[in-house]
Design a protein around this ligand. Structure first.
Ligand code: CA
Length: 232
């Protein structure tokens, strides 16, 4: 299983700039997805499946500041580099306050953008290994990561080690879409059984144990075309 290329979402409405930035990012071996208006961009960003978002400030349908604020409200913590046109009166402080991580004024050197992209991606990798959660609660489920116990309605549930590790990884990445490959690597490791089907099976077991109705899960969600996502 090769290393996954970092995925970058570029939300920008100037076609020329989209092309230039995308080409350059792809040269740097990033995987790039683009959106040319704010609404489409927001819908894509909301999935939480990107490692970085490059976000123009002035966009049709939904502006960069609104996108930034709404993403952070949804607890999507993907790093954001904001772009702004030359001469635009921009409240940099506001942008940063709304949750942007960096800010660049057009026109900029592509090399500088690439450097800042790298900084943000590096920054993201570190906090991804978050301090370990000690416990987690949702509905009537109480997970104690230290004691490795899970209770539902006060009753102890019996979870296998893998189910527990999987649940823990999901909960630690609340709101983030995780691919089957990611889950397989994180929970089973590289010597894992060859199939991502293993992941699906364990997800199904967890749902049966934890969800009120495993046919209509409310916490361990399937994100079609991507993988799974946990919401508390
Ligand atoms: Ca624009």
């Amino acid at each position: 299983m090769g290393e996954q290329l970092p995925k970058i979402l570029l939300i920008e409405d100037e076609a020329g700039l989209v092309m230039t930035i995308r080409d350059r990012l792809e040269e740097e071996r990033y995987e790039v997805e683009t959106a040319m208006d704010g609404l489409v961009g927001f819908e894509k960003a909301k999935l939480g499946a990107f490692d970085l978002i490059i976000l123009d400030l002035m966009l049709p349908k939904k502006g960069g500041l609104d996108i930034c604020r709404d993403l952070r409200q949804l607890r999507i913590e993907t790093p954001i580099i904001m772009l702004t046109a030359k001469g635009q009166v921009v409240d940099k402080v506001l942008g940063l306050k709304l949750g942007a991580d960096d800010y660049m004024q057009k026109p900029f050197e592509m090399m500088e953008l690439m450097a800042r992209v790298e900084v943000q991606l590096r920054k993201k990798r570190v906090p991804q290994k978050k301090e370990l959660l000690e416990g987690y609660e949702f509905d009537d489920v109480v997970i104690d990561f230290k004691r490795m116990t899970v209770k539902k309605e006060g009753e102890d549930l019996s979870l296998s080690a893998k189910e527990f590790q999987l649940l823990r990884f999901l909960a630690e990445n609340e709101g983030v879409i995780l691919t089957r490959d990611q889950l397989l690597n994180e929970v089973w490791g590289y010597d894992a059984l060859p199939s991502t089907r293993t992941v699906d099976v364990h997800i199904a077991w967890l749902r049966q144990k934890l969800e009120e109705d495993s046919r209509y899960p409310k916490h361990i969600l399937t994100v079609h075309g991507f993988g799974y996502k946990f919401v508390g």
